[in-house]
Ligand binder design. Structure first.
Ligand code: ADE
Length: 236
């Protein structure tokens, strides 16, 4: 898989690209991650990428030409188009399901905004999928791009070692994960649930399923509503 990131702040991504699961996936050749600074495509002497909004108002708006020219430079001579993703609080809410969908694409281009957002015509000039990582406003799309890349790359076949599985974790089947415990068996008077020490795999699986549903009902009843109204079946 190939992921390009259009950003005014490529320096934010270095350690993220080379650390932990994403770093391992890059080293193993499962994904290629490249930043492109679209300021390189500014055309004036000041290398401007933004300007004041027509109609007045606070802040600055990212201009279309540097972003569109960067995209066209990146895509020139390629047979296929990437899935282009505009990171914006106005986008569709990001979910594990979207991460799984994107993880089977050969090529993604993420576009990180800054300031007061994009000239709206970017949405007409280029086919883009708009994604938000939550109902809050970031100073720029870069933290959102990091969130998206992390959640997508860890789903690539071979990215997780067999000790880390994507099948069991929260959201893998639309519910939250069951509680986990490790050594010591007793900590400050708190015992590990007896069933987990029983060695009875059937009982353990049943307990985990129950806990997962209980936890989801307590913390995220909206997820159960979604499952009940035709969401995917639980994998067991
Ligand atoms: N850029 C600014 N805020 C954002 C958000 N919540 N999600 C994605 N991109 C953003």
């Amino acid at each position: 898989m190939r992921i390009n990131i259009l950003t005014l702040f490529p320096e934010l991504f270095g350690p993220f690209f080379s650390t932990s699961i994403v770093g391992r996936a890059v080293a193993a050749g499962l994904v290629s991650l490249r930043c492109m600074n679209f300021r390189e495509f500014a055309t004036d002497a000041h290398r401007s990428v933004d300007d004041r909004p027509f109609g007045g108002g606070p802040g600055m708006v990212l201009m279309c030409p540097p972003i569109v020219d960067a995209l066209e430079d990146l895509e020139s001579g390629e047979k296929e188009e990437p899935v282009r993703i505009l990171l914006t609080p106005q986008g569709e809410p990001f979910t594990q399901e979207i991460a799984a969908e994107l993880s089977s694409e050969p090529w993604l281009t993420l576009i990180c905004g800054h300031y007061e957002g994009f000239d709206d015509r970017i949405r007409s000039v280029k086919k883009v999928r708009e994604i938000s990582i939550g109902d809050f406003v970031l100073s720029g799309g870069e933290p959102a791009a990091i969130v998206l890349v992390d959640s997508v790359v860890r789903l690539l076949p071979g990215a997780l070692g067999h000790k880390e599985s994507a099948l069991d974790e929260s959201f893998a089947d639309g519910t939250l994960e069951y509680p986990q415990y490790t050594r010591p068996r007793e900590y400050r008077g708190l015992e590990v649930p007896e069933v987990l020490l029983s060695g009875d795999h059937g009982r353990i699986a049943a307990w985990r399923l129950e806990q997962s549903l209980l936890r989801t009902a307590q913390r995220r009843p909206d997820l159960l509503d979604r499952l009940a109204s035709g969401g995917r079946e639980r994998k067991q």
